[in-house]
Write a protein that binds this ligand. Structure first.
Ligand code: LLP
Length: 463
């Protein structure tokens, strides 16, 4: 059931966006700016370039497969979120989408905060110089060691996810002689996906404390009583790859309702609310994501309106976009290995990576597009399925895509919008080595996460 239970799963696939292609695109050589990073184009020879470098050079210097990340695009998207929300709100980039030390430095320089959800992400953030007070620590089962490290480091907030954790964090903070700033993550009974949201019975999952049955109110009551905690706000995250703002509207309404209850019962107006992440991006030309300034306006308006009705001071808002910042900034560059036409069905195009570098297609039925990038072609379109090199028939990277019929082994193809949840969910299945992340900018390519080597694999295998 994992497939149907996941936010980005088949419900997404069931509700295909209007205009989703079922016929070949008019021009196979075109690169839709919706799905490709901002500096992507073709040079005079028809070779795709990004950040001023062409993909043949990148493949020669860094090998394939490789994630190629457009640094200017990353910075521009981070800045756009920061600017859209302004000084009265905070943007926490969700590190789970993709985290590396270079990315932490870019975020720091662009004025964003960072959401981490494990000791490993915290270590990466701190080692790259993110000030601890700009870090939020998440997770439904943080270990006591992780909690202690986070408190000692001085993280800006810990997001409490259960009744046990309220006591655990309070106890550890007190024993360190500290008072930890915390938020409580609640589940508001809304679960949202790409094109729809459902506002009933979604407490049936592992995150947060349900608003239903007064549980969230009880959690607040307990947190307010504990010396080791400074309760600064309420947190809600309703799902992933969301285009429709109405789920946020219901969530904000319910969170503000709780803030009012808290004021009425305890005489305390909590100063912050966090509405989580989950804003959608374009994986194919059929997707139409919102711009950060539209999202900021919609969220700020909703919270402002709800607070006015409840006669509450408007709290400081924070959001946690991951995918919406990093997703569109990278593509995965592959070399075509074998091509297998299956008469009357489709042509299987095998590349030198697969489900180990992009598990999203297998796991969530995710949709991607693909293009021939080492040259242009005037050949007829052929219906293709891009598959990997793993020993598994579900090893599919792009389920249905049109590629030119003269595609040949040695051609380079690229799958756009792989910046989020591809490297961060990559595996060593079949002992395949995880690809590097190569950042490009102003004609220079810099490896920010190097390719794994067989020595790396063997170092873990202690015999
Ligand atoms: N904040 C919280 C508390 C979250 O749990 C998440 C994602 C985010 C922010 C960031 O969501 P984003 O803006 O990136 O959608 N592996 C899945 C996505 C899992 C998301 C988990 N939580 C995928 O590949 O689609």
């Amino acid at each position: 059931m994992s497939r149907s239970a996941h936010p980005a799963g088949p419900r997404h696939a069931d509700v295909l966006p209007e205009g989703h292609y079922t016929a070949p695109p008019a021009d196979l050589n075109a690169l839709d700016s919706k799905v490709w990073a901002q500096t992507v184009g073709r040079n005079d020879d028809g070779v795709v370039t990004v950040g001023g470098i062409d993909v043949k050079t990148l493949a020669e210097q860094h090998g394939t497969p490789a994630y190629v990340m457009d640094e200017d695009d990353f910075r521009a998207r981070a800045r756009a979120w920061r600017t859209a929300f302004g000084q009265d709100a905070d943007v926490f980039y969700a590190g789970k989408a993709f985290l590396s030390r270079a990315v932490v430095r870019w975020l720091h320089e662009e004025g964003l905060n960072l959401d981490v959800c494990s000791g490993g992400e915290l270590a990466t953030a701190l080692s790259a110089g993110m000030p601890a007070d700009r870090i939020a620590f998440h997770g439904n089962n943080k270990s006591p060691e992780e909690i202690e490290r986070a408190i000692r480091a001085g993280v800006g907030r810990i997001v409490l996810d259960s009744f046990q954790e309220i006591v655990r964090v309070a106890h550890i903070a007190s024993s360190l002689g500290k008072r930890q700033r915390v938020q409580i993550r609640i589940t508001v009974g809304v679960e949202a996906h790409t094109h729809e949201f459902i506002a009933t019975a979604h407490e049936d999952q592992k995150f947060g404390i349900p608003l239903a049955g007064g549980q969230a109110a009880e959690a607040v009551r307990r947190a307010l009583q504990l010396d080791g905690l400074e309760l600064i706000g309420i947190h809600s995250h309703i799902g992933s790859q969301i285009f429709d703002m109405s789920g946020f509207e219901v969530a904000a309404h319910r969170v503000v309702g709780l803030l009012r209850e808290i004021r009425d019962e305890h005489g305390v107006e909590l100063p912050e609310i966090d509405l989580g992440g989950g804003l959608g991006i374009a994986y194919t030309s059929g997707d139409d994501p919102r711009e950060p300034h539209e999202i900021a306006k919609a969220l700020t308006d909703i919270v402002g309106r709800e607070c006015e009705v409840a006669r509450l001071r408007t709290p400081r808002i924070s959001v946690e976009p991951g995918r919406a910042i990093v997703g569109p900034t990278a593509f995965t560059l592959y070399e075509v290995g074998t091509i297998k036409p299956l008469d009357g069905l489709r042509t299987y195009v095998s590349v030198d990576g697969g489900m180990s570098d992009n598990i999203r297609t297998a796991l969530y039925d995710a949709e991607y597009s693909v293009a021939l990038v080492s040259r242009t072609s005037d050949a007829e379109p052929m219906l293709a399925r891009v598959v990997g090199k793993h020993c598994e028939s579900g090893d599919i990277v792009v389920k249905d895509a049109f590629l030119p019929a003269d595609l040949a082994p040695g051609d380079l193809i690229a799958v756009p919008a792989t910046g989020a949840y591809c490297r961060s969910m990559a595996s060593n299945y079949n002992h395949v080595l995880r690809p590097p992340v190569v950042a490009v900018r102003d004609g220079e390519a810099r490896v920010i996460v190097r390719r794994e080597t067989e020595e790396d694999l063997l170092r873990l295998d202690v015999g």
